[in-house]
Structure formats: structure tokens, C-alpha cells
Design a protein around this ligand. Structure first.
Ligand SMILES: C[S@@+](CC[C@H](N)C(=O)[O-])C[C@H]1O[C@@H](n2cnc3c(N)ncnc32)[C@H](O)[C@@H]1O
Length: 231
């Protein structure tokens, strides 16, 4: 009973935060819909980097049979686990507390590696991406999503109004795309969404051809795909 009260309280807190975000212009559900549309289909073994409060994880656990999620912060993972227990999907998730720059997994263990709104928290994003590439199976995908400049402005405003600072490591999304292409030998595409972008890297496999056409355009000169959600 005590545990259930804790679950409910955790969920109520998460919803309250989401209401604040919405008032400032960031709609969590819309952002999750957008990222999931790029992450699906979630077949095979799924790894999430950056559990956080477990918002994306809730969605992943509804779609995938088995998900492993990694975060450096055990406290954040406890909160995420509570949310998933309430949703009845915690049994599908393995929580691993680790630095994603040193993933405790073997090569090519995962078919989909996904990470949302975590890139700007990473002290060394190149080291983490190198690990994400290493654990991705041939024919698999890396799905990265983060705030765009509008998203960062929204969260800067929220934190400023609360007397805090939104911590952010600066990086150039184009450089991230080039890194996946060069270090991972990946075909890379990017889409623009609500205060958010999503990037997908397809790891080469003779049997898998990255999608073309609606929503994803290939820029041959740079080996990148660009697209817009509204295309
Ligand atoms: C904003 S949260 C992620 C949000 C989450 N994806 C969601 O959908 O709710 C960012 C997370 O990245 C984690 N993080 C930061 N650096 C990390 C690292 N080197 N390895 C693993 N996790 C890290 C933080 O502890 C934090 O929980």
C-alpha cells in the first residue's frame, strides 16, 4: 500500500512537470510521438541511453518486448522504475546504472539504440556515440533526439523562472550526423519536429536498405538524409 502511494505520488509529480513544460511551449506527448515515429518498428533488442525520468522508456516498454536502459544516475532510474511499475511494464525493462561512455555490453548486442534529450547532458558525446555504434548490430539503427534551439530556449526560460540554470553541453547536430556517418559507416537522416529534432543512423547490412521518399531525403554530397515531419 505504501509502495502504491509512492508510485502515485511519483506519477503525479511527473504529470505536474509536464503541465509546466506545456505551458511554456513544450508538449511532452507530442515530442514523444515524434521521436517514437522515427524509432519504430522496435524489433529485436532495444537499448536506451539516458533513462532520466523514464518518459521515453514508458513508450519503449509499451512497444518492445525487452528493453535495456542505461543511466549514470541510480536515483533517476528509481523514479523511472516507479513510473513503469504503475504502468505495468517494468518487467520488460532491465535497468543498468553505468556511464554510457563505457557501456557494459558486448559488440553488436542491440538492434535499436535510442536516446532522447540526453545528448546535451553528455560530458563526452563522442565517447558515448562510439559506444552506441559498437553495441549496434549490423542492419540496426541508432535513434538520437534532442531539443532544437527553440526547445533549449523553452527550458532555459523554465529554469530561469525557477531560479535555476538548465545545464547544457554545446554541440553541433551536423557534427553528430557526420560522426555517425564517418565512425559508424552509417547512412544518417534527420527530421525536424516540435522543439525537437531526431536523427536516425542505419548501420550497414547487405539485407537492409534505409528508407527513401516521404519524410527522409538523402543528400548525396554529404551522405546525410534530411527531412521534415510535415513533408
Ligand atoms: C534529460 S534526462 C533523459 C530523459 C529521458 N530520455 C526521458 O525520456 O525522460 C538525461 C539523463 O542523462 C543521464 N546521463 C548524463 N550523462 C550520462 C552518461 N555519461 N551516461 C549515462 N547517462 C548519463 C542523466 O543522468 C539524466 O538522467
Amino acid at each position: 500500500m505504501k509502495h502504491r502511494a509512492q508510485l502515485m505520488e511519483n506519477m503525479a509529480r511527473r504529470r505536474q512537470r509536464e503541465e509546466v513544460y506545456r505551458r511554456y511551449g513544450y508538449d511532452v506527448e507530442r515530442a514523444l510521438d515524434f521521436v517514437m515515429s522515427a524509432a519504430e518498428p522496435l524489433m529485436g533488442r532495444v537499448l536506451e541511453v539516458g533513462t532520466g525520468k523514464g518518459r521515453l522508456l514508458s513508450r519503449l516498454a509499451q512497444q518492445a518486448e525487452e528493453v535495456v536502459t542505461v543511466d549514470i544516475d541510480a536515483g533517476e532510474q528509481r523514479m523511472a522504475r516507479l513510473a513503469l511499475e504503475l504502468e505495468g511494464t517494468a518487467h520488460r525493462v532491465r535497468f543498468v546504472t553505468a556511464d554510457a561512455a563505457h557501456l557494459p555490453f558486448g559488440e553488436a548486442e542491440f538492434d535499436v539504440v535510442v536516446s532522447m534529450n540526453t545528448l546535451h547532458h553528455l560530458a563526452d558525446w563522442r565517447a558515448v556515440l562510439r559506444e552506441m555504434i559498437r553495441v549496434s548490430a549490423p542492419g540496426g539503427r541508432i535513434v538520437l533526439a534532442d531539443f532544437d534551439e527553440e526547445g533549449f530556449r523553452i527550458f532555459d526560460r523554465i529554469h530561469r523562472d525557477e531560479g535555476r540554470v538548465h545545464g547544457r553541453v554545446f554541440y553541433d547536430p551536423e557534427e553528430v550526423a557526420r560522426f555517425l556517418a564517418q565512425e559508424g559507416g552509417m547512412q544518417v537522416g534527420r527530421r525536424q519536429g516540435p522543439a525537437q529534432w531526431v536523427m536516425v543512423g542505419w548501420k550497414a547490412s547487405p539485407a537492409v536498405v534505409p528508407p527513401s521518399g516521404r519524410g527522409w531525403q538523402r543528400s548525396v554530397s554529404r551522405g546525410l538524409f534530411h527531412g521534415s515531419q510535415d513533408e
